[in-house]
Ligand binder design. Structure first.
Ligand SMILES: C[S@@+](CC[C@H](N)C(=O)[O-])C[C@H]1O[C@@H](n2cnc3c(N)ncnc32)[C@H](O)[C@@H]1O
Length: 232
């Protein structure tokens, strides 16, 4: 995964703002330098378990794996938030906080809004909070510790923008938790399109349920969806 170079004319703004850029550079460099066999080892360890690993066991096996969004996807998320000016942004799967920094930087540059991130692995929660603070973005984001299916259920406010980037088999259950909170015109970005289960894609592409959706060739492939609020 290559980090995108700072853009000519960026003037140290946006994702090129020095504190933000320093944290993102460090996170992407660490991800690149990470043990390439870490995921293979996690799969091998999972295969040794007497039963398929639970969600929490999978997160524990991947405790050292950063798995950040592709830098192009990160720039897309920043641009989307600057365009749509959402008040409430939710992220399923925060890890060490790469996409959280990209989303929170856009909220800060908008001058309004808040990100609620979610992370199951306690060490990652701690590091994501520290990375957001180091980027100067602590007041723009909260990272909820625990299983997103429970932690997000307590969200009271309408949700304007969602990034789905946790374990792929949970995209649909997490979406179902969020569905009653979606504002008409809200946007959902689903990362790692080639890995997404059919049941999730069927739901998110169902105009009858109010969704309008398109796949985009960004990073590993993403699905960009709006919930229109018009169920047929
Ligand atoms: C692909 S990584 C997220 C990468 C992150 N968005 C970034 O750009 O740095 C997926 C993360 O989702 C977390 N996760 C998986 N299932 C979860 C759940 N049910 N609740 C909260 N977090 C979960 C994992 O522990 C893992 O850290």
């Amino acid at each position: 995964m290559s980090e995108l170079p700072a853009r000519p004319g960026a003037h140290g703004l946006g994702l090129d703002q020095p504190a933000v850029s320093a944290v993102l550079s460090r996170l992407y460099a660490a991800a690149r330098a990470g043990d390439p066999s870490a995921m293979a080892r996690a799969h091998a360890e999972a295969a040794e378990l007497p039963a398929p690993p639970t969600v929490a066991e999978t997160s524990a096996l991947c405790a050292a794996a950063s798995l950040p969004v592709h830098p192009h996807t990160g720039r897309f998320l920043y641009t989307l938030v600057r365009t749509l000016r959402p008040r409430t942004v939710v992220e399923f799967g925060t890890s060490f906080g790469t996409s959280a920094v990209q989303l929170a930087a856009a909220l800060r540059d908008n001058g309004a809004g808040h990100l609620t991130g979610t992370e199951l692995e306690a060490g990652k929660v701690h590091q994501a909070r520290a990375n957001l603070a180091e980027a100067g973005l602590a007041e723009w984001a909260t990272v909820l510790a625990g299983d997103a299916r429970q932690t997000l259920a307590t969200m009271a406010r309408p949700v304007d923008l969602v990034l789905l980037d946790g374990w792929k088999e949970l995209y649909l259950p997490v979406l179902e938790v969020l569905e009653p909170m979606l504002r008409p015109g809200s946007v959902i970005v689903s990362d790692n399109l080639p890995m997404l289960p059919d049941g999730f894609l069927t739901r998110i592409r169902d105009l009858g349920r109010g969704y309008s959706s398109v796949e985009l060739p960004l990073g590993d492939g993403i699905e960009l969806t709006t919930w229109t609020g018009e169920e047929w």
